[in-house]
Design a protein around this ligand. Sequence first.
Ligand code: SF4
Ligand code: SF4
Ligand code: SF4
Ligand code: FES
Length: 898
Amino acid sequence: MGLKPATNPDVEAVAIELSIDGKSVTARSGVSLYDVISSTGKIIPAMCYHYTFDPFGSCGMCLVMQEGKKAPVRSCTAKAAAGMIIKTDGDELFQARKKAVEKHLSVHPLDCPVCDADGHCELQDMAFQHGVTNLANAKQKFIPEDTRSPVLDFNMNRCIACAECINVCKDVLMIDALQFMKKGGFNQVVPKGDLALSCEFCGDCLAVCPVGAITNKFSKYLYKPWQMKKTTTTCNYCGDGCQMYLETKDAEVVRVTSPLSWKNKWGDRAETAKGHGGLCVRGRFGFEYIDSAARLKQPLLRKGNQLVETPWLETMHQVVDRFSEIQRKNGPDAIAGLITARCTNEELYLFQKLMRAGFRTNHFDSSARYGHLNFVHASRHALGIGRSPNDWEDLTRAKAVILIGSNITETNPLTAVRIKEAIRVYKAQVVVIDSAVTNMAKLASHPVLIKPGTEGLVIDGLIKATLELDLIDEDSTKKHPRAFEALKAAVAHVSLEQVAAQTGMSVESLKDTAAIFAEAARSIILCGEGIVRQPDGYQNVLKLIDLAWVTGKLGQPGCGVNTVTEEPNEQGAVDMGAAPEFLPGQASFNDQTARDRFAKAWDVTLPAAGSGANLVEILKRCRSGQIRALYVIGENPLATLPASMEVRAALDRLELLVVQDAFLTDTARMAHAVLPACTSAEKDGTFTNLEGRVLRVREAIDPIGESLPDWHIMTALANALGCQWAYESSNDIQAEIMKLLPGYYNLGQPRKVVPTVDRYLSNGYTTDVGARYRASAPADSKNRRPFALLMGQVLYHSGKLSTQAAGLITIAPNTGRLRMNPQDMERLAVGEGTTVRLTSDRGSMQLAVQPDQSIAPQTCFFPEHFNEPPVKDLMSVQVDPTTGVPTFKQTRVTIEKA
Ligand code: SF4
Ligand code: SF4
Ligand code: SF4
Ligand code: FES
């Protein structure tokens, strides 16, 4: 893959001078001449060029005159050299470019009236710009359309063979799902091997196609570009926080596009380190949940055994009366709440304020409790910062990345693209440590397959190897000799050979990884669900911080310990104080100064310091009858948590269950009142992504039916409870947050956070450190059941929300099948579709199996998005004693032929 040298900012290139249209320009030798010209602000036609990948040089449009050459040269493939004299305009060039347009048009059907790209087509623009009015030798291609893909149609009659689609897929995404193939006398783009398209379905090829050769199946024939309203907003699926355009016609979302486009082809390659502007399949094709027929359009009130559509006023009266009565009779502690981290910052802020200032209770939690809080607590404890320190640019430009316990292509696909760029452009060494053969492992320099649940032991081994190989950074350790001695003592019992035997990561690999991390100038650790959503998540993050500390990687530019957030606003949920232990700004709920500040701002007495129940505790108290009313916004604990958590029993016992959601979820079906909420496409606000960027969410369509934004419903509820909230828009709430958390809304820019480890190392570390390295056996090692059952996310889905998006369900329906390694299937003599009995300590069920090469031997996998069959109920739950995070994504099972 030949990269233009000067587009890799790490490659040294000589500065040169050349002349462009009579002006002297300084550039780096070897860079594409096209880039140099566009850096002067001059945009010349270019139909096969895009700054995110290498020039291809097929369209013949970017012609310039170079002194000393008779014929025009293609500026995209020409490399800048000292002393060049370049002319970018002139009649000769105009005529040469016009000829190129005519050539393309002569084999292009003029079916613009029915083409999706009409009005958004570079060939149209070029024909117009060059006054092409007569096509003497036009030739039709008559190529049948390839409609086999679930999301994209390929109309190769319109293709101009620019290869942008192939290049973005191969270079930027490293997927390589497309190729040229000579068919019927023409070079056509076909899915690899001319089979049905099998890829990640991100649609980036569609985005860069300058004509209508690749079309979006969902929006075909539905619009003309000028009929569409384009709203810039933030994706509601994961913590990457991709920017997208929701394109709507009347009240309907027609398609999703993004900053990546052939229209946006002139840029600085170094800028792609911050993101290439594309989307993943969820963002681009997962929008149909917004106007799904299953959306709740009216409030529902339980009348007898039925939930009956009821006007807002009557429903709210009932809800307020019931809450007030329960509060009066049983006190505020009889009320609790749960909220999803798919809500905006403004709503999360308002939720905790409503609970604390309206209901006067501190019993509430958000979905950040499912794992992100393990990271936040560990990072705050050791480093004083409650989020990841590095942004996408740091990750892209890292020289060494340890990706541990994260199937990142599936959970955070665009953060994965940053690692791909780190590998491809910046030549980073990437160590992927996982118990599955992940997509990133296939691209990484150092893929390491480990036994499920042994991530913590691997970290022990990495620290031990770092000490044994003397890879320590003396400046860091000498400042804290006692802490360093304590760490050495804590890992004294760790033997690399034993770690290797227990984890499956060889001693050599442990040593290599330790050396790669310690020796690189910019080293990043990124941990995901295999750390934060597993037992000992909190301790394991602390161990990763130990590793970064002793190697001198804490607080160094471009270095740090990071995590990924699976829902769009888990970071915002924590920052806004939607957890009993935090006030907004992550101030401790027990910190008297902070308590005074918020009590004064809200003009209330806060619930007592030390009070507050988190998710697990709330469910327990519901079961015991201490909590009698539960207000659930966007969460669905019944469908999420395993049967052993006894959620149904907890909800059954409630005197009042109010569910506020866009859909009638399993939990909503048990409610006494259901309040229809808007999706993020129908409201304004902000999300905070995994880099700490605060990103705008904008209303693209009016609320569906009588649904309302969550902030609006909460405001109405609070006022009915006697609060005097005057919020009329999300902006009003934002204004309040701005006053209380100055600097939080640094829109679009990640707020820099600087870890400070010194306080912890000199105070508390020595007594703390032993516990996390106690000789622990890997989870479930005593269990005789031979298989590890894992539940997790797949690329095409996000929580349960995506299962409401018809497009995503078409791509990835629930097969109800257990995924297994083909060799294991062979050993058990089971074929695809064979029914097996799956048994854990929690129960047993029958389901069919399907082979999956990415599943490691001795493991099996079921997507967490589906509950048919209810595989989650086979899971046991472990609750982290420090953070209260319940983990239930892994257990041991036996598999027998049924
Ligand atoms: S949809 Fe994405 S993965 Fe599939 S071919 Fe296009 S660019 Fe490649
Ligand atoms: S399909 Fe579009 S992007 Fe791909 S080669 Fe053809 S015109 Fe170019
Ligand atoms: S799901 Fe995540 S990676 Fe995909 S488009 Fe949305 S924010 Fe980006
Ligand atoms: S842009 Fe240079 S040949 Fe197409």
